[in-house]
Design a protein around this ligand. Structure first.
Ligand SMILES: NC(=O)C1=CN([C@@H]2O[C@H](COP(=O)(O)OP(=O)(O)OC[C@H]3O[C@@H](n4cnc5c(N)ncnc54)[C@H](OP(=O)(O)O)[C@@H]3O)[C@@H](O)[C@H]2O)C=CC1
Ligand SMILES: Nc1nc(O)c(N)c(N[C@@H]2O[C@H](COP(=O)(O)O)[C@@H](O)[C@H]2O)n1
Length: 210
């Protein structure tokens, strides 16, 4: 399985505003590139924070829709969220912290709900489940909490990072890898830079993860 993290950040490294509002960091050509990546992926994964903040549809304009996947330990995805609009299949990973009632409500809203882990969703467990379903390419769209955990668990193969030409600012604004962060005595994940490409008025950086 190949796991690609795709995200857009401002020149000061923020994924959205200090109020966690969805900001258009990508321009039209970069959104087209993102859509192409959705089409060529078998699953798109986000954390429930992104669902609650952005209410994304996670569908592809130009082709077949990949499986939509949400990491949502406590089953907080609203039953009227756009990821449950029936336009594509949706799999929600919850953990032992999710109540039976919330799981039932999500299933009634059309989601496939799978329990992975006891505390937060076990990401190795979730990716194993996707592998069993013959998912070959996974596109992770965010946000920063989920991306940090995937790096911490050593589960990311590739990073495609669009850097837009704007400053969002704010110490509380989400960044690419939030979570607890890494310390110097631990191993910082290392990247290998493969390409730099100007798109719209920003830059796409493509890395593999060593
Ligand atoms: N510019 C861009 O490319 C993008 C920007 N964004 C922005 O990012 C922000 C949302 O990011 P963020 O708040 O970090 O939310 P995330 O989408 O990363 O979701 C985080 C939540 O996922 C749940 N989760 C379940 N399992 C795990 C796990 N193993 N590790 C980490 N999280 C887990 C947790 O909630 P629980 O414990 O309840 O399960 C956690 O709070 C929004 O402002 C959005 O606009 C988002 C995507 C892309
Ligand atoms: N690539 C990219 N550029 C931006 O400027 C963005 N704000 C995002 N955000 C991500 O796109 C999702 C929106 O999805 P839908 O089009 O509604 O399906 C959003 O939830 C973020 O994951 N990405």
């Amino acid at each position: 399985m190949h796991v690609v993290v795709n995200a857009a950040m401002s020149a000061d490294g923020k994924l959205s505003s200090r109020r966690r509002e969805q900001v258009k960091i990508s321009g039209p050509d970069d959104f087209d590139r993102m859509d192409d990546l959705r089409v060529e992926s078998d699953a798109i994964v986000v954390g429930v924070g992104t669902v609650l903040a952005d209410d994304p549809s996670l569908t592809a304009d130009g082709g077949a829709n990949p499986l939509r996947v949400v990491a949502d330990s406590r089953a907080r995805t609203p039953t009227d969220a756009r990821v449950l609009d029936g336009r594509a299949d949706t799999l929600i990973f919850v953990s032992g912290r999710a109540s039976d009632e919330k799981i039932r409500n999500l299933r009634n809203a059309g989601a496939d709900v799978v329990v992975a882990g006891d505390g937060r969703v076990s990401l190795p467990g979730a990716l194993s489940e996707l592998e069993e379903r013959e998912i070959q390419q996974v596109m992770v769209e965010g946000g920063g909490e989920l991306i940090f955990s995937l790096f911490a668990d050593g589960l990311v193969d590739e990073l495609r990072l669009y850097v837009g030409s704007l400053i969002l600012g704010g110490r509380e604004a989400p960044t690419l890898a939030d979570g607890d962060g890494f310390a110097i005595r631990e191993r910082f994940p290392k990247l290998e830079l493969h390409s730099v490409e100007r798109i719209d008025d920003g830059v796409l950086l493509r890395y593999s993860v060593s």
